[in-house]
Ligand binder design. Structure first.
Ligand SMILES: *[C@@H]1O[C@H](CO)[C@@H](O)[C@H](O)[C@H]1NC(C)=O
Length: 333
């Protein structure tokens, strides 16, 4: 005879067994289901592109006028070189958050929106070479925190603000070759602590004080003699070419040292303080002057009155006479 306390136990056990069996069958079915549906999981390929390798979309040389829409979040590599993408709008690569490599060479690219690269936090290689970029907005590359290599070679950049690159902690290769740069902004290299390969050839560098940070960087990062020889700057005034690496720190002795934070604070404080001080001095001088004048005038009137008094016919004549005094209107004015 079963006791009532034993009775409920077999039921949960049976349920557990059934559950286990069903889970096992689901596990067993999944791979077979995938195998039946044909090729392995391929990220959805952008239209017109070919996706031979998993995670790689080859959209090279297809005369595409824009970045394909609806990029997959499984995409690792996007080859968009030799197309006709003239502008990158905000969020151009939205969705492709796992992208590691982006090739945008030879597109005739003229403008890159400030938020074009938003969402590409994993990107390591970005090639923007052989385009027609003239400027880059501040913050353009700041979402690319994982960027290792950036090429801006063969564009028309005449100025590269440090804020355009921002702080790229992992960037080790930067190419600025064949642009129109004459100086490198002082703060630019400061935001790139991992940089060790900097390509600078083919720019009209001007040998001047503004080149000091670059020369300092070059001295700390020696390069092959053949490459160093090709890094030339044009002396202002003279048309002589000098290698950038030839400038020692002594060559910049005549240049003003950059100001320290304390100096700047003093300079900023000095402006308003000197303004207030000059205002106070003016007021004080003005009041002293008017006081002196008033006293002198008073003395003069006091000195003039006694000689007039004797011919004075009466006390009632005194009032009109003083108002007719030539010194009086001036005193009122
Ligand atoms: C991409 O496609 C083009 C043309 O179809 C081909 O020439 C090129 O080799 C491909 N690139 C890669 C990396 O597969």
């Amino acid at each position: 005879m079963r006791s009532p306390s034993f009775f409920p136990r077999p039921q949960p056990l049976l349920l557990l067994l059934l559950l286990l069996l069903s889970v096992r069958s689901v596990w067993a079915q999944e791979p077979t289901g995938a195998a039946l549906s044909g090729p392995p999981v391929v990220p959805d390929c952008p239209e017109a592109c070919t996706c031979a390798l998993v995670g790689q979309a080859n959209c090279s040389a297809l005369a595409l006028p824009a970045v394909p829409a609806g990029l997959s979040r499984l995409l690792r590599e996007l080859l968009l070189d030799r197309n006709r993408v003239r502008a990158l709008p905000p969020g151009a690569f939205a969705g492709a958050c796992a992208l590691l490599r982006l090739d945008l060479r030879e597109n005739g690219l003229r403008s890159v929106h400030l938020r074009a690269f938003w969402g590409l936090g994993a990107l390591r290689w970005l090639d923007l070479s052989a385009n027609q970029l003239e400027t880059l907005e501040p913050g353009t590359f700041s979402p690319l925190r994982a960027l290792r290599s950036l090429s801006l070679a063969g564009n028309r950049l005449a100025l590269l603000e440090p804020a355009a690159l921002g702080a790229l902690p992992l960037l080790h290769a930067l190419s600025l070759q064949d642009n129109a740069l004459s100086v490198l902004a002082p703060g630019l290299l400061a935001g790139l602590p991992a940089l060790d390969a900097l390509r600078l050839r083919g720019n009209p560098w001007v040998c001047g004080c503004a080149l000091r940070p670059l020369c300092t960087w070059l001295r700390r990062h020696p390069r092959s003699a053949s490459e160093a020889e090709t890094l030339l700057c044009v002396s202002p005034g003279r048309q002589t070419l000098s290698p950038l690496t030839a400038f020692s720190d002594g060559a910049f002795k005549h240049c003003a040292q950059p100001l320290a934070a304390r100096d700047l604070a003093v300079i900023y404080a000095l402006g308003p303080v000197s303004f207030l001080a000059s205002l106070a001095t003016c007021l004080a001088l003005g009041s002293v002057l008017t006081a002196c004048r008033a006293r002198r005038r008073r003395r003069r009137t006091v000195a003039r009155r006694p000689p007039r008094r004797p011919p004075d016919p009466g006390p009632d004549f005194d009032g009109p006479a003083s108002s007719a005094d030539p010194g009086s209107p001036a005193a009122q004015a």
